[in-house]
Design a protein around this ligand. Structure first.
Ligand SMILES: *[C@@H]1O[C@H](CO)[C@@H](O)[C@H](O)[C@H]1NC(C)=O
Ligand SMILES: *[C@@H]1O[C@H](CO)[C@@H](O)[C@H](O)[C@H]1NC(C)=O
Ligand SMILES: *[C@@H]1O[C@H](CO)[C@@H](O)[C@H](O)[C@H]1NC(C)=O
Ligand SMILES: *[C@@H]1O[C@H](CO)[C@@H](O)[C@H](O)[C@H]1NC(C)=O
Ligand SMILES: *[C@@H]1O[C@H](CO)[C@@H](O)[C@H](O)[C@H]1NC(C)=O
Length: 616
């Protein structure tokens, strides 16, 4: 009797190891549907629940521990299936693309492919680096030596506010340098081990290095060249914006910096990483005499509550034919849309898929501002995407590529922030619709979205070179600044050293082990999608000045919504080119929509830059 049972077990075990049974397509499908999927749904739902509970009650140690436990269970679960089944499968064995693609995705486990001891080392390393980053403090400019515990400033909101609002050259310089001193050097040594373990993990997934593993998500053998081509398309616009801003900064700061090299000192652009220049709009708006469009005041004056802001966004998505997503901001159903007074929470806005096809929630400490109004539309874009692909197998419940998920809400936000739409919903009045205020709005948009592009490109260009070993640790910082100078045309305001400094480490996504190129792709994609949806909605005519792209609003267009749906509901079940084609008719990324959107501003910048006779 006992022998019999053991024998059966052994046989089963052997089957699992070689899993020759699963070479049969229909058996694999049945295995995934009846065994893997239900278990995966349970494991992920439990994990997301515990993560949510922890995020909305940070000081609760019971919840924190439950989250750690759920994480371990998830890693064990994934590794169990990978080790026993998925890693042995060969996608070329299957006829249907549906199965081949699932196998391809399931075969990639990620960093937990490392052995247990190394995976633990990797996880610890990551949390140590994140801890250094998130607890870093600096002394205020007014008191350069201080007791950090008591008087120290944190990045958010203190330090970011200084970078955004100060126009004191020396204070900005001090703050810029102090933040880098407080983070990079403490992370650099750890980063060396991190790179080695990252690459080892990537190799366990059959990739050359971690950079190759990250790029693989974009499923294009020419990805790096594609990015280069996209950058070349939009570079002329960036260059004009950059020169225009350089001239204005030179007017403002005079001889405090030298600009013969045509580079902007990195600390003067209103942001710690010079990645978003919106906060220096006071210095650079084309028409400073024009009353600025102030949607925040309008929202406040009209008594909007956070909930009403969410409802307004929900109505936008419904107007183009998408399903209501009221569960995502219903507080009774679990959502969090305001900062609780009685406990610590992670305020960073986020959208959550609980993996059970019903529960989708937004977590946000909403303030009644235009910025948050736009953020709501962004987060709701994630929710709509989750809802549209909820019936796909779990391996396909993901963006068509990592850029798509970020791009959905941003695409909608381009319509929402158009003066056409803001007027439609009564947030700006008719007398704010002059062509000069419209150019001002375009400038603000460019300071945010165009200024970002080269930064979005270089962070991972640099990391790919680090992972591949193309650049050695003793040249990491120099290499970073080579990209900053040649692509972003930004220079460090003080001497940087390869021995002492590690400036990439002062940006969240580096210690956080989070890839970044998806933001570059998303910024390109959202204009491309916007253009396609606007044409579908009959709100943009490339061959006439009557309906310019920056004034297009797709509100109410079922035709636009239908296209969006057909692409997004695929999840990652097809190559992203298929999803892109369904929405836009195009099969490749293109920068042309950006140029069309910013056309009036581009003309203005070129003219102003020609006129400007400042000599450095
Ligand atoms: C909660 O945790 C934060 C840091 O995470 C800490 O600063 C704070 O003192 C804690 N509050 C309570 C009531 O324990
Ligand atoms: C690991 O996961 C597998 C599959 O879900 C499960 O059977 C096993 O009990 C888990 N082991 C631990 C230690 O949780
Ligand atoms: C702002 O100045 C421009 C030209 O410099 C002028 O055309 C425009 O009417 C002015 N706007 C206001 C509101 O004064
Ligand atoms: C969503 O709205 C519908 C209709 O207004 C309502 O019946 C339903 O209870 C709401 N669901 C949630 C979770 O808020
Ligand atoms: C919120 O959700 C609860 C239960 O999930 C439901 O009873 C209620 O009607 C919803 N509220 C709104 C305003 O939809």
């Amino acid at each position: 009797m006992y022998f019999f049972i053991i024998f059966i077990c052994l046989l089963k075990h052997c089957d699992a190891q070689h899993n020759w049974e699963l070479l049969d397509e229909s058996k694999l499908i049945r295995f995934l549907l009846t065994k893997y999927e239900p278990e995966a749904v349970q494991v992920y739902n439990k994990l997301v629940n515990s993560e949510w509970e922890h995020a909305i009650d940070l000081n609760n140690t019971v919840k924190a521990n439950a989250n750690v436990k759920a994480n371990l269970e998830m890693v064990n679960f994934e590794k169990y299936y990978w080790t026993r089944y998925f890693r042995h499968l060969d996608s070329t064995n299957y006829k249907s693309e549906f199965v081949r693609r699932q196998v391809k995705l399931l075969k990639e486990l990620g960093m937990s492919a490392l052995n247990d001891q190394k995976y633990e080392e990797f996880s610890n390393l990551r949390s140590t680096m994140m801890n250094i980053y998130s607890t870093a403090k600096i002394c205020p400019y007014q008191k350069k030596t201080c007791n950090l515990q008591i008087e120290g400033l944190s990045l958010n909101p203190d330090i970011e506010n200084i970078m955004a609002t100060s126009t004191n050259y020396d204070e900005l310089l001090f703050t810029w340098k102090a933040w880098r001193d407080a983070t990079g050097p403490k992370i650099k040594e750890l980063y060396k081990t991190y790179v080695a373990l990252s690459n080892e993990g990537a190799r366990a997934n059959n990739f050359r290095d971690r950079g190759a593993m990250w790029r693989n998500k974009f499923e294009s053998p020419t990805f790096e060249n594609d990015l280069e081509r996209l950058w070349m398309e939009v570079k002329p616009l960036y260059d004009e914006l950059h020169l225009y801003v350089l001239n204005k900064l030179k007017l403002k700061y005079g001889n405090q910096f030298d600009a013969v090299d045509g580079l902007i000192p990195a600390h003067l652009l209103g942001n710690m990483w010079a990645q978003n220049w919106m906060h220096i709009s006071d210095l650079v708006l084309p028409f400073l005499n024009e009353t600025t469009i102030d949607v925040t005041s309008a929202l406040k004056k009209q008594g909007y509550t956070p909930w009403q802001m969410f409802q307004t966004a929900d109505k936008f998505y419904q107007s183009i034919g998408l399903d209501p997503c009221n569960m995502s901001y219903n507080v009774t159903a679990g959502a969090m849309i305001e900062k609780p007074k009685n406990r610590h929470v992670i305020c960073h806005a986020s959208a959550w898929d609980f993996h059970n096809g019903r529960d989708f929630r937004i977590k946000m400490c909403t303030r009644v501002t235009f910025e948050d109004f736009i953020t709501i539309h962004h987060e709701m874009g994630h929710i709509q995407y989750y809802m549209l692909y909820k019936n796909q197998p779990i391996a396909f419940r993901d963006g068509a590529n990592p850029g798509f998920h970020e791009a959905v809400g941003d695409t909608i936000a381009l319509s929402v922030s158009s003066i056409t739409h803001l007027r439609k919903i009564g947030l700006i009045s008719n007398n704010q619709l002059s062509s000069s205020s419209s150019l001002n709005s375009l400038m603000i948009m460019a300071l945010e979205r165009i200024a970002f592009l080269p930064f979005g490109l270089i962070l991972d260009k640099w990391r790919w070179d680090v992972f591949s070993g193309k650049v050695s640790p003793d040249k990491w910082n120099t290499h970073w600044w080579q990209y900053r100078k040649s692509i972003q045309k930004i220079k460090p305001p003080v001497f940087r050293s390869d021995v002492l400094d590690f400036d990439p480490g002062s940006k969240f996504h580096v210690p956080a082990d989070a890839q970044y190129i998806s933001y570059f792709v998303a910024h390109i994609l959202e204009f491309q999608l916007h253009k396609a949806l606007c044409i579908a909605a009959g709100q943009y005519d490339p061959f006439s000045d009557r309906l310019p792209l920056h004034k297009c609003d797709i509100y109410g267009s079922k035709a636009a919504g239908k296209r969006l749906k057909s692409g997004l509901s695929l999840g990652s079940s097809r190559h992203w080119r298929v999803a892109l084609k369904a929405i836009s008719g195009e099969t490749g990324l293109s920068g042309s929509a950006i140029l069309e959107y910013f056309q009036p501003l581009y003309k203005y910048l070129k003219l102003e830059n020609k006129k400007s006779k400042i000599s450095f």
